[in-house]
Design a protein around this ligand. Structure first.
Ligand code: IPD
Ligand code: CA
Ligand code: CA
Length: 269
């Protein structure tokens, strides 16, 4: 059994190295799209692959018995009970366009439960981390501070982050759901990186987040950061968060957003 602190230290060190590499080696005329996945707009660049390779190599060198789940295929079984859940670039479209909101997301699970997570945001100069039961921190050049979500924000005053999938049919439904949400909240933000959205929630920079279609690698670190910042992360009617729908907010706001979303049937394509 590994100490969560050791897992977090390795995650942070590795995410920082990958983040630096992604900044330093980003071709000036933009990365090449080497593959498209679920739709022509769901792209993979050579840099997504290079970052995932670097992350898996570094962690495997330190911990050869661990399992991996990486978005770009770095998936393998292990025997230690520890699994690393990796999104090498969350916000690839932002990275492609040289917009700053993208991140390296790494979480360590022990026996299926996330115990340590880091979201490294090199272009923001920020690192968010969390240890289960140990709180969540935001570190930047100006120092470190504890993360704390905003609680009980009335829906009409709530700034709500969301995102959209890559498939056209899903987006059409997500747009329908949005028409039920937008008139009822302060405003909507579509930042382009789910784990950056979750860090923004943990930092009180938005009041809530919801999205259909996010996968384990998108949210493993971000969900732990939100929970350790005092937030709630879940699905509809008490179900756990998952690809069907992920809702995250501070206590009070979570329930209000849930009750707004539920009749809009946001977990259906
Ligand atoms: C995407 C981003 C985006 C979200 C999509 C994700 P990727 O991840 O997190 O904000 O709306 O659902 O797939 O493809 O950039 O790793
Ligand atoms: Ca992602
Ligand atoms: Ca990604």
């Amino acid at each position: 059994m590994s100490g969560s602190e050791d897992l977090l230290e390795l995650a942070v060190e590795t995410a920082r190295e990958a983040g630096r590499m992604l900044v330093d080696k980003r071709p000036v005329d933009g990365p090449d799209v080497v593959q498209t996945k679920s739709s022509p707009t769901d792209v993979v660049t050579q840099m997504d692959r290079a970052a995932e390779r670097l992350i898996v190599e570094r962690i495997r060198a330190a911990r050869p018995d661990d399992a991996f789940l990486g978005e770009e295929g770095g998936t393998s079984a292990g025997v230690s009970g520890v699994r690393w859940v990796i999104d090498p670039i969350d916000g690839t479209v932002n990275y492609l366009y040289d917009l700053p909101d993208w991140a390296v997301s790494i979480a360590a699970e022990v026996d299926g439960v996330a115990v340590a997570g880091v979201v490294e945001m090199p272009r923001r100069g920020e690192t968010c981390t969390a240890l289960r039961g140990g709180g969540a921190l935001l570190r930047s050049a100006t120092g470190a501070r504890d993360l704390q979500v905003n609680a009980a924000v009335p829906l009409g005053q709530a700034l709500v982050a969301t995102g959209f999938g890559y498939a056209a049919e899903r987006r059409a439904r997500q747009a329908e759901v949005l028409t039920g949400v937008l008139p009822r909240v302060r405003d909507i933000r579509r930042g382009g990186s789910c784990c950056v959205d979750m860090c923004s929630l943990a930092a009180g920079r938005v009041d809530a987040y919801y999205e259909r279609g996010v996968q384990a690698w998108d949210v493993a670190a971000g969900s732990l950061i939100v929970e350790e910042a005092g937030g709630l992360v879940g699905g509809l009617h008490g179900a756990p968060a998952g690809p069907e729908i992920t809702i995250a907010a501070g206590p009070g706001t979570f329930e209000a957003l849930h009750d707004l979303l539920a009749p809009l049937d946001p977990a259906r394509d």
